[in-house]
Design a protein around this ligand. Structure first.
Ligand SMILES: Nc1ncnc2c1ncn2[C@@H]1O[C@H](COP(=O)(O)OP(=O)(O)OP(=O)(O)O)[C@@H](O)[C@H]1O
Length: 362
């Protein structure tokens, strides 16, 4: 959908900000540009919609050289979301979202109707439409920024560090929301971040840029974590990359063992916890896990670790086992009811088997 052909950008008097960039961006996918500060991510993104003009090279969108399209028209045909939501402070949320459709000649009533629908699409209550941007939280403002970018239903969405100014919990929500939206919308999204975790969570493909605007690696997140192309990528991806890579393999092959349970209801154990000779999982009458009872004590309820569902990743399964006071990770079904437990040693066994299979395939 988007092609960079030997694209270089040199601002006056400096080193190239982007140096001979050649890459193809797939239609309907999320492509993430990641790298340290100043490596040319934003410049590369802005050359797609001609907010920045290349010094040399060609960029095409859908086979058309972008320089053949008037810059204003090109910009309106692509959604753009930036770090500070960039909303107009003196316009209501609805009117902010309706901006581009209005510029494209859509009637006010029609544009506002669509804007109200979009509030729902990005998970905001329609009542917020009447507020001004300063009356929203940072996370809500970013959602409005996404709604505004989607308003003209553009095939391409450019996102420049859109979630980096919000706290980690909201950021996590916004990332999940974007993935959910993308399932329905299948836009061609180019997303800039300096955070490798965000890149691997969101990207179908990840482009790692090195200082000097050179493309150091362009591959799936799984491949970048498993096989960084060089020392720069390895150090940028960081020390936990082996662990993060577990986030790409499912835990299907891990055995789930039955676990003895002790029911707790109304704050009371249904049996005698002092008689427990092995760790027992404490559950409510509907089999939702509450914590653990330790053998040989008259047992307070000991809070449990993280839970995971079969089909989730090995990372979740391992985390569940390692964070559990009993050393057993608790697997639950879609309703949150206990299915059984997994042991860290066995999860590690599956990880090692998967590694050997990959090794043999090389
Ligand atoms: N308008 C400009 N004039 C001159 N130099 C610029 C301009 N915009 C960016 N640069 C320089 O170009 C290089 C690349 O900048 P760019 O903003 O693309 O990097 P980035 O990877 O997005 O960085 P960050 O993560 O810090 O936003 C930097 O050295 C920057 O100082």
């Amino acid at each position: 959908m988007i092609e960079f052909q030997s694209v270089t950008k040199q601002y006056q008097g400096g080193q190239p900000a982007v140096d001979q960039l050649t890459m193809s961006i797939d239609r309907g996918s999320i492509t993430v540009f990641v790298g340290p500060s100043g490596c040319g991510k934003t410049t590369s993104l802005r050359m797609i919609n001609r907010m920045v003009e290349p010094t040399s090279g060609v960029i095409t969108v859908d086979g058309r050289d972008v320089t053949s399209v008037p810059a204003a028209e090109l910009r309106r045909s692509m959604g753009y979301v930036m770090q500070s939501s960039g909303l107009m402070p003196h316009r209501s949320v609805l009117d902010n979202i309706a901006t581009v459709p209005r510029l494209n000649g859509v009637s006010k009533a029609e544009a506002r109707k669509r804007a109200t629908e979009l509030l729902d699409v990005v998970g905001l209550a329609s009542a917020l439409g009447k507020r001004y941007p300063s009356q929203l939280s940072g996370g809500q403002q970013q959602r409005v920024g996404v709604a505004r970018a989607l308003a003209a239903d553009p095939p391409v969405l450019l996102m420049d560090e859109p979630f980096s100014a919000v706290d980690p919990v909201v950021r996590d929500e916004l990332q999940q929301e974007l993935l959910r939206l993308q399932k329905d919308l299948a836009k061609t999204i180019v997303f800039v971040t300096h955070d490798i975790d965000e890149a691997t969570i969101l990207g179908d493909k990840v482009a790692v840029f090195a200082v000097g605007g050179r493309l150091a690696q362009y591959a799936t997140p799984e491949e970048i974590l498993r096989a960084p192309a060089n020392d720069f990528v390895a150090s940028f991806v960081g020390r936990d990359r082996g662990f993060r890579h577990l986030g790409f393999t499912t835990s299907d092959a891990v055995t789930i063992h039955p676990v003895p349970t002790l029911v707790m209801s109304g704050g009371q154990f249904a049996g005698d916890p002092a008689a427990v000779t092995d760790w027992q999982l404490v559950v409510d009458p509907d089999l939702h896990p509450l914590g653990w009872a330790r053998p040989g004590t008259d047992s307070d309820l000991i809070p449990g670790g993280s839970l995971f569902r079969p089909g989730e990743t090995l990372r979740r399964a391992l985390d569940s086992a390692l964070s559990s006071p009993s050393g057993q990770g608790v697997a639950v079904d879609g309703d949150g009811k206990v299915l059984g437990t997994v042991r860290a040693q066995e999860v590690l066994g599956v990880i090692e088997e998967a590694r050997q299979v990959r090794q043999a395939a090389l």
